[in-house]
Design a protein around this ligand. Sequence first.
Ligand code: ADP
Length: 261
Amino acid sequence: LQAQLSQAQKMESVGRLAGGVAHDFNNMLGAILGYTELGMMKVSPADPTHGTLKDIQKAARRSVDLTRQLLTFARKQTVAPKVLDLNETLEGMLKMLRRLIGENIHLAWLPGKDLGRLRIDPSQIEQLLANLCVNARDAIHDTGKIIVKTAAVTLDEADCAGHMGMVPGEYVLLAVSDNGCGMDAETLSHLFEPFFTTKEVGKGTGLGLATVYGMVKQNNGFIDVHSEPGQGTTFRIYLPRNTTENGPKTKKDAAPPALHG
Ligand code: ADP
């Protein structure tokens, strides 16, 4: 528990620091982009300088993407939780996911039965799933398969034994599996640390799984990872079921308050 706590504190402070830097950096990038565009308007497209300015613009846009990711991670965003049906929510995201992973990778969607409902911000589900699927895609070198699966699960004491932080109860499971390169023990031990990445410069930020971890914790869930080098990886996310669904609708459900952190 102590290890988990200090991990959470570490992420919190790194996040705050990164967020502050990202915020100021974003303003400067705005100026760079603005002046670059101005320059491009003044220089004829036939002039080699036009190409150079275009390269500056491209690099600045990539930096904007990166700072946006940093801000998302640092702020933990204002969330607007809703009571939702996970299968329905995921079905609405399949098209986006297929685009994200490309044509060479097969996406299998295996919705579980009688999931009940979750209380969560749907945009967090989208981000979770997108981050896991991008990693799965990057782990597959050529062709392969990603499986997105849901299930209703009841975890008892025995299921939770040996899994740090796991608490018995009713959960909805969201699992993403791939048959990609898998991970060795060293990679697994750093997996959720902010800025840990094995991807080449410019490709990975090391914030994907740290963000996933933060969002799952924020929703009182937990994550389990199984990976075999050369075989593939499965991420299992357990989110608590909304057990008040059959009770009278509370004011909270009707108009969810904005939550921070
Ligand atoms: P990034 O994707 O920017 O590198 P992440 O936090 O999302 O950052 O992932 C951290 C690292 O974890 C990746 O660089 C990769 O080494 C490893 N990883 C994550 N998901 C998988 C996966 N499905 N298969 C193999 N390695 C993975």
